[in-house]
Design a protein around this ligand. Structure first.
Ligand code: FES
Ligand code: FES
Length: 153
C-alpha cells in the first residue's frame, strides 16, 4: 500500500510500513533531524510537528494517519529561520541545551496560527505538554507573548 507524504511542501510516495511512526520517517528516512526524539510516548513534546496546521506528537503518529495530509517540520516552518517565533527565540535567547526547542516552537506556532493573541492562560495550556529539562519556560512564554503582542490578528 502506497502512502503519500507531503512534507514541507514536497510530496513523496512511500511503501513503508503504514504503522511506522512519522518521527522515524522524518528523521531516519528523510533526514529531517530538526525534529527530536525524547520519550517516544507522547509525554515530552520534543517530536512536535504540524499535521494540517495542528501540533501533533510525531513519535506516536503512524504514517498512515498522515497520508495525503500536509506535514510541516521545523525545517519547513520558514524558508530561512525568520518565522516571528524563531526571531523572538533569538531575541530572548530562549534555548539552553536546545533539545526541546523545536517542539516548543512548533507547538507555539500552531497556537498562534489558531489564535493570534492568546491569553496567558491559553499559552500556558497550549505549552503545558512541552517539557524542558533546562527550565527555559519563562523565556519561552516571554517570546510567545512578544510575538502575540505584535500580531495583527
Ligand atoms: S518524543 Fe514524542 S512526545 Fe516525547
Ligand atoms: S533547552 Fe534544554 S531541554 Fe529545553
Amino acid at each position: 500500500m502506497k502512502l503519500k507524504l507531503s512534507v514541507n511542501g514536497s510530496d513523496k510516495e512511500t511503501d513503508l510500513d503504514p504503522d511506522m511512526p512519522l518521527l522515524w520517517v522524518l528523521r531516519d528516512v528523510m533526514g529531517l533531524t530538526g525534529t527530536k526524539f525524547g520519550c517516544g510516548k507522547a509525554l515530552c513534546g520534543a517530536c512536535t510537528v504540524h499535521l494540517d496546521g495542528a501540533a501533533v506528537r510525531s513519535c506516536v503518529t503512524p504514517i498512515r494517519a498522515a497520508d495525503g495530509r500536509k506535514i510541516t517540520t521545523i525545517e519547513g516552518l520558514s524558508a530561512d529561520g525568520t518565522h516571528p517565533l524563531q526571531k523572538a527565540w533569538v531575541t530572548f535567547g530562549v534555548p539552553q541545551c536546545g533539545f526541546c526547542q523545536t517542539g516548543q516552537i512548533m507547538t507555539a506556532a500552531a497556537l498562534l496560527k489558531e489564535k493570534g493573541k492568546p491569553t496567558d492562560k491559553e499559552i500556558a495550556e497550549a505549552m503545558s505538554g512541552n517539557l524542558c529539562r533546562c527550565g527555559t519556560y519563562t523565556r519561552i512564554r516571554d517570546a510567545i507573548k512578544k510575538v502575540a503582542q505584535e500580531s495583527k490578528a
